[in-house]
Design a binder for this molecule. Structure first.
Ligand code: NGO
Length: 519
């Protein structure tokens, strides 16, 4: 191995790298390519090398910490081939090992962490297990990109010496997956959760019902899935999650410190329910199943009492299997509902959500009604609605369609996606600031940021990955990293270097010409 063959972007920041002359194969290790960019990074000038003799020491008896240790061992195994032991002994680890520990530093809050990498050790500390989990993602990204390969790579597993102190800017950051227009099975959702977790995101909103499909088993209304779940856009066979499958998704997410927000869209976007139960229609006649992509034509019958019994049953069952504090009530594009019906309807639905011990989130139109304290409005299209929500004391989930919709095409040649809100190239997706986008909605009004992926044109996992990558890392960074010290010109270099990492993860991402890809 000759050092001069290292790519120029490979950061040989430290004298310790002089030893690369004797290494089996060098590692492209760098402190410069982390996404999201940490709050603070200092190079130590040393290099740690992970070997087959390394172990992961876990301090204390916290089961979640042990689990994070095991997660790290599991993600490092395929590419290294090392069966790293997770040791819970209380002894100080000898040189060459990794240590995970909680510490009483409340300033790190829920998800912050500190990472110290020297020649002798990798020491990760956090106030909470979630912080350790986020820090584990940093350890992954500090290793060579080959660490994400599914099979053994014969390279040396070096980590750049550093001290990192890191925590998120916004406390909720994530994505939305529309499983109603096209259905995606449990394995696809788990893969999506893995990819969100890799970029330190902590929320997945599942759009579980729409005109084209009902995707969650409701035991007291079985026809919702039997009939309403039986198709999808284009007329495919659709599908749904049983409650056990949903619980499995929730658990998988929780193991990654990700909260699931389930959405039942209403009063519009309800054709699948209306086709399943005649009594939900004002004329007592079930509609036909719908497999097209129009919006705004369906509505629950807001004047019937059975409608509220239905919502109470659905949210009751959903609340019981959703440990997270939020239920999403939709509320968008209810063009078939008169405004004078929409307002009392949404007011009453918020009360039902509250009765089940949850907080309501709805698309920004819900601000037309009186919002319950702690209801969250999701800004997607109408800044006036969102400002009205703020005026009522609500907080805003930022999902501006022209910046954060993952179903928008990159440009006019994109093979998938829509463009009603904008073409969103990778630079445009990155260059915006949630706290200054809408006048009157500032940092303190913002509850979180979420990038929705609607699936009218998207029917398989490969398509999801093509639309989501490489924009998702940018949203992750906007949500996590301080605004100062980052910008498109330097971000695109870091993103380019993630090309190799995304490839190792098996992601077939869109190779935007705006990014200098290193693969
Ligand atoms: C809109 C609409 C969805 C579409 C999506 C397509 C919202 C909140 N409602 O966003 O039904 O699928 O656009 O981009």
């Amino acid at each position: 191995m000759n050092c001069k063959h290292l790519p120029s972007l490979v950061a040989i920041l430290f004298s310790g790298m002089m030893s690369c002359v004797n290494k089996p194969q060098t590692a492209s290790i760098s402190l410069d390519n982390l996404i999201p960019k940490p709050a603070s990074v200092k190079a130590s000038g040393e290099v740690f090398e992970l070997t087959t003799a390394s172990s992961i020491f876990v301090e204390g008896q916290d089961q979640d910490v042990l689990r994070v240790g095991q997660f790290l061992a599991d993600v490092l195994k395929p590419a290294t081939g090392f069966a790293l032991k997770v040791v819970n002994s209380g002894e100080t680890p000898a040189p060459g090992n990794i240590l995970l520990a909680l510490k009483a530093d409340t300033s790190l809050r829920e998800e912050g962490y500190e990472l110290s990498v020297t020649r002798d050790h990798v020491k990760l500390t956090a106030y909470k297990p979630a912080g350790l989990f986020r820090g584990v993602q940093t350890i992954r990204q500090l290793l060579p990109a080959e660490i994400e390969m599914p099979d053994i790579q014969h390279i040396s597993w070096q980590i750049a010496g550093s001290t990192i102190r890191d925590y998120p800017l916004y406390s909720l950051r994530g994505g939305m997956l529309d499983v109603a227009r096209h259905f995606f099975g449990v394995e696809d959702v788990k893969r999506y959760l893995d990819l969100l977790a890799f970029y330190k995101m902590n929320l997945l909103h599942l759009h579980l019902s729409d005109d084209q499909g009902w995707r969650i088993e409701i035991k007291s209304w079985p026809n919702l899935t039997a009939q309403g779940g039986s198709t999808e856009v284009g007329g495919g066979k659709g599908g749904f999650y049983t409650q056990d499958q949903y619980k499995d998704i929730v658990k998988y997410a929780a193991d990654r410190f990700i909260t699931i927000i389930p959405e039942i869209d209403m009063p519009g976007h309800t054709n699948a329910a209306l086709a399943s139960y005649p009594e939900l229609n004002c004329n007592d006649t079930a509609t036909k199943l719908y497999t097209g992509t129009e919006v705004g034509f369906s509505t629950l019958c807001t004047k019937k009492e059975i409608t509220y019994k239905f919502i109470d049953d659905v949210f009751g069952e959903l609340a019981a299997i959703t440990p997270g504090p939020y239920l999403h009530i939709g509320g968008d594009e209810s063009h078939a509902t008169k405004k004078e019906d929409y307002i009392p309807f949404v007011t009453r639905v918020q009360e039902i959500v509250k009765k089940h011990g949850k907080l309501a989130i709805g698309w920004d139109e819900i601000a037309l009604t009186k919002l319950q304290p702690n209801t969250i409005a999701q800004f997607w299209a109408d800044s006036a609605n969102s400002k009205e929500a703020v005026r009522q004391g609500a907080r805003i989930m930022m999902s501006p369609a022209n910046k954060a919709y993952l179903d928008m095409q990159y440009d006019s040649t994109s093979r998938l996606g829509l463009h009603w809100a904008a073409y969103i190239e990778v630079d445009s997706a990155y260059i915006w600031n949630p706290a200054t986008l809408v006048q009157g909605i500032g940092y303190n009004n913002i509850f979180g940021i979420e990038a929705p992926l609607w699936t009218e044109t998207i029917s398989k996992m490969d398509d999801i990955e093509y639309m989501v990558f490489p924009r998702l890392p940018g949203y992750a960074e906007i949500g996590w990293s301080p605004v100062a010290g980052r910008g498109w010109d330097e971000y695109k270099i870091r993103l380019g270097n993630h090309g190799r990492r995304m490839k190792s993860l098996g992601i077939d991402f869109y190779r935007s010409k705006l990014v200098p890809w290193v693969e």
